[in-house]
Design a protein around this ligand. Structure first.
Ligand SMILES: [Zn+2]
Length: 297
């Protein structure tokens, strides 16, 4: 498969679940939409890929939704992503124009913009009455480790997570990808040690994807004895917002608030910007009158 895609696999007789993805195009699209500076691009891209991997691992139905929020106290503010079981993801950061000096030469200081004093919170809307929620304290602010800690701590599944985004000197996304490996009950101590050894021996995920490894080849590195491919599907940036959805949201503000907006805008267009995709939705004065009538019932 070309472009961005995700593979789902098992290994060691089904006692290990593994997922890997290439997401270069969608992370570049997020960068372009939000005009993120390099470290913010990497933070948002890693969170978006982690969301897709976790959605692949935990959503059973295509219409279920996973939301990830990271607040680490760093200059980026809040990172928020949502992913569906269909491989669609969207995301935003509070402050896209942030920078932190590199600690290691040539490596973006992701933890420097995210911060490491805060939490990672996951909400899964599985179509039940109450969504599932889990929150853990951030461990490093590098995001991959934080996802792994969440899975071990909150879902009791020992996991390895690798997420990498490479940004060029022109600040464009040149490569983005990652993997998630989950150890299930029933593995022997030797098998656990063997998987952990292969994961620890991997170069940084950014290196792997820059070297042009496909998601299947990344899994091949982790499982030299082989793995069973279950599923492959495309992943992409997608935001379900539309003028109709925003019109409905404005109706829900109530007629007093809508009147206030109409007075404030006078004869100008009312513009609403979607925080997830940065698309502008514009409503003419005539549209706003219709919305007001709808609010009046
Ligand atoms: Zn949108």
């Amino acid at each position: 498969m070309t472009g961005d895609y995700l593979v789902r696999a098992t290994a060691l007789d089904g006692k290990v679940r593994a997922f890997a993805l290439r997401a270069t195009e969608l992370v570049e699209e997020m960068r372009a939409r939000h005009d993120t500076f390099p470290a913010a691009t990497a933070a948002l891209g890693r969170t978006a890929m982690g969301s897709l991997l976790l959605a692949a691992a935990s959503l059973k139905e295509e219409d279920q939704l996973l939301t990830i929020e990271i607040r680490g106290g760093g200059p980026i503010g809040r990172i928020l992503c949502t992913a569906t079981g269909r491989g669609e993801v969207r995301g935003m950061v509070s402050n896209p124009h942030v920078h932190a000096d590199s600690v290691q030469p040539g490596k973006l200081n992701v933890a420097g913009v995210v911060g490491s004093q805060g939490y990672l919170s996951i909400t899964k809307d599985l179509g039940m009455r109450e969504p599932y929620r889990g929150t853990v304290e951030l461990q490093s602010g590098e995001i991959g480790d934080d996802f792994a800690y969440y899975l071990a701590r909150s879902e009791q599944t020992p996991s390895a997570v690798g997420l990498g985004v490479f940004v060029t000197s022109e600040t464009l996304v040149d490569a983005a990808g990652g993997f998630l490996v989950q150890l299930l009950p029933g593995l022997s101590e030797e098998e656990i040690v063997a998987v952990e050894r292969e994961v620890a021996a991997l170069p940084h995920p950014t290196r792997l994807i820059r070297d042009g490894l496909t998601p299947e080849q990344v899994l091949g590195r982790i499982f030299p004895a082989g793995f069973e491919l279950l599923d492959t599907y495309p992943v992409r940036f997608s935001c379900p917002c539309s003028p109709e959805r925003y019109a409905a949201a404005i109706v829900s503000l109530g007629s007093d608030e809508i009147k206030r907006i109409i007075e404030e805008e006078e004869n100008d267009y009312t513009e609403v910007v979607c925080h997830f995709c940065n698309e502008k939705h514009r409503f003419s004065p005539a549209d706003m009158q219709q919305i007001l009538e709808a609010a009046n019932g």
